[in-house]
Design a protein around this ligand. Structure first.
Ligand SMILES: Nc1nc2c(ncn2[C@@H]2O[C@H](COP(=O)(O)OP(=O)(O)OP(=O)(O)O)[C@@H](O)[C@H]2O)c(=O)[nH]1
Length: 448
C-alpha cells in the first residue's frame, strides 16, 4: 500500500472517529439534557399545581377529587400559559404518547384492570406523574396504577412529598420517559443532519489532506530515493529540495549535509590517493635512478637486462651489452676536485642518455662505470655506436668545465647470447673493457 493511501486511510479513520465521537456524545448529551430539563419543568409544574390544589383543600380526601383537580389545573393554565401542563391523570401533556389509543380505559374508566403503560420513545412508557395520598395510596394513577393501589416501594423512593402546614399530605412520583415534541424532534433531526454533514465534511477533508500530505511526503521521499540511487551509482554529491520545517524537511537537509560531506571526503580521499600514488611512483622512480646522473641504477639495469636477455633468447633476436668506464677518473677527481668529477659523470651520463633510443637501456653501474643494453642490435652496429659515443665524449668541450680537463671513455661490447645470462654477457663485456684499458684506453673492444 502506498504512503499516500495509508495517509488517506489514517486521516479518514481518525476524522470519522473524531466526528462520530464528538457528534455522538454531543447528540446523546443534548438529548439527555433536554429530557432532564423538560422532566424537571414538568415535575415542577405538576408539583406546584398539586401543592396549590391540596393547600386549597387541606388533603385529597377533602378535595373534589380527580375532576376537581383537572378543573383546578385548567383554571391555572388559563390564568397563565404554562410551559408544560398535566392532565388530571398526571400525564405529561405536550408530547402525546405514541399508540395512545392502545392504552385502553384508564383507572375508573373501564373494567378497573391496569393496562401496561403506553410506549413512549424507544418503546418506553410516556412521562406521567402519579399522585398518592399521605399513606402512599394512589389517587391519580396516570394510566399506570389503579386508584387506591399502594404505590410500590421503588416508586416511593422518587416520590416528592406535598406539604400543607408542614405535614406531608400527598406524594408526587414521576413515571416513564419524556417523549420529545415535534419541534424537539425537528431539532434533533437537524442535529443528526449536522452530524452527518460533519462526518461527510470530515471524510472529504481527510481524503484531501491525506492526498496532499501523501503527495508532499511522497514528493520529498521520491527525491531522496532517486538521490540515494544516484549515490549508489557513484555521484556522491546530491541535493534534494528542503521544503518546510518538519521532520521530512530535516531529513532532506540532513541528507544534503551527509551527501556534501561524503562527496568532500571522497574527493579528499581521491586526492590523497593520487598523491600517494604519485609519491609511490616518485619513490619507485627514485629507487631505480642514480641520484647524480639521473640515469637508471644498477639494480634496475640488472632486472631489465635479464628480461631483455630472455626476450632475445626466446625470439632469437640480437642483443648487445656494453660496459663503459671513464679513463683515469681518479686523476680527474684528484687533479680538478671531486665536484669536477661529479660534473664529468653527469655530463657523460647525459651524452649517453641523449644518444640512446627509447628501447635502449643505459645505467650508471657504479663509480665511473656505465652499462648499456642494445636490444635488436647486432655486434657491429653496437660497436659502431659505442665508438661514436666514445668520440662524442672525447670531443666534448670539457675545457669549459676546466681549461685542462680532458675526458675519454673505454668500452667493452659483447653480443653473444650463448653466454647464458645477461650477467654472464656483462662479465664478457667487462673483460673486453679490461682489454680496451690494457690496449691504451679511449677505445672500444668487442666480441661476438
Ligand atoms: N667525483 C666522483 N668520483 C667518484 C664517484 N664514484 C667513484 N668515484 C671515483 O672514481 C675513481 C675511480 O678510480 P679507479 O677505479 O682507480 O679508476 P680510474 O682512475 O678511472 O682508472 P682506470 O679506470 O684504470 O682508467 C675513484 O677515485 C672513486 O673515488 C662519484 O660519484 N663522484
Amino acid at each position: 500500500m502506498s504512503l499516500r493511501t495509508k495517509f488517506m486511510l489514517a486521516l479518514l479513520l481518525t476524522g470519522l472517529a473524531a466526528v462520530a465521537m464528538v457528534g455522538g456524545l454531543a447528540y446523546t448529551g443534548m438529548t439527555r439534557k433536554v429530557d432532564m430539563i423538560r422532566r424537571e419543568q414538568a415535575m415542577e409544574h405538576f408539583y406546584s399545581t398539586a401543592t396549590a390544589y391540596l393547600q386549597k383543600y387541606g388533603s385529597w380526601q377533602a378535595s373534589p377529587g380527580k375532576e376537581g383537580f383537572d378543573e383546578f389545573m385548567q383554571s391555572r393554565e388559563r390564568a397563565g400559559p404554562p410551559q408544560l401542563s398535566d392532565s388530571a391523570q398526571g400525564e405529561e401533556r405536550r408530547p402525546p404518547p405514541p399508540r395512545d389509543d392502545d392504552r385502553g380505559p384508564q383507572r375508573g374508566e373501564g373494567d378497573g384492570e391496569r393496562r401496561p403503560p403506553p410506549p413512549g420513545r424507544r418503546g418506553e412508557p410516556p412521562y406521567r406523574f402519579i399522585l398518592a395520598d399521605q399513606d402512599f395510596k394512589v389517587v391519580l394513577g396516570g394510566g399506570v396504577y389503579h386508584h387506591g393501589e399502594a404505590l410500590p416501594e421503588a416508586a416511593r423512593k422518587d416520590a416528592r412529598p406535598v406539604t400543607v402546614d408542614g405535614r406531608a399530605v400527598a406524594y408526587v412520583s414521576p413515571e416513564g420517559v419524556i417523549t420529545p415534541s415535534k419541534q424537539e424532534l425537528q431539532y434533533l433531526d437537524a442535529m443528526r443532519d449536522a452530524l452527518w454533514f460533519g462526518v461527510s465534511g470530515a471524510a472529504v477533508l481527510a481524503l484531501a489532506l491525506g492526498l496532499l500530505l501523501g503527495r508532499s511526503l511522497g514528493h520529498t521521499l521520491g527525491h531522496l530515493t532517486s538521490a540515494v540511487r544516484a549515490m549508489h551509482g557513484g555521484s556522491l554529491l546530491q541535493r534534494v529540495p528542503v521544503e518546510g520545517k518538519d521532520e521530512v524537511a530535516e531529513l532532506a537537509a540532513a541528507f544534503n549535509d551527509m551527501s556534501e560531506k561524503l562527496a568532500r571526503t571522497h574527493n579528499e580521499l581521491q586526492e590523497s590517493h593520487q598523491t600517494i600514488l604519485l609519491q609511490a611512483e616518485q619513490m619507485r622512480e627514485l629507487s631505480v635512478r642514480d641520484a647524480l646522473t639521473k640515469l637508471h641504477n644498477r639494480r634496475h639495469f640488472d632486472e631489465q637486462a635479464t628480461s631483455l636477455f630472455s626476450h632475445a633468447v626466446r625470439h632469437k633476436r640480437p642483443l648487445s651489452v656494453v660496459i663503459g668506464d671513464i679513463d683515469y677518473f681518479k686523476k680527474i677527481n684528484d687533479q680538478f676536485s671531486h665536484a669536477t668529477g661529479d660534473v664529468v659523470l653527469r655530463q657523460v651520463g647525459e651524452i649517453l642518455r641523449s644518444h640512446m633510443r627509447l628501447s635502449d637501456l643505459v645505467a650508471r653501474y657504479g663509480g665511473e662505470e656505465f652499462v648499456i643494453a642494445f636490444p635488436e642490435t647486432e655486434l657491429p652496429q653496437a660497436a659502431a655506436l659505442c665508438d661514436k659515443l666514445r668520440g662524442i665524449i672525447e670531443s666534448f668541450p670539457w675545457h669549459q668545465v676546466h681549461p685542462e680537463l680532458k675526458v675519454t671513455m673505454s668500452m667493452g661490447v659483447y653480443a653473444d647470447l650463448a653466454a647464458g645470462t645477461a650477467e654472464a654477457m656483462l662479465q664478457k663485456a667487462d673483460a673486453l673493457l679490461y682489454r680496451a684499458k690494457e690496449a691504451g684506453r679511449n677505445q672500444v673492444c668487442f666480441a661476438a
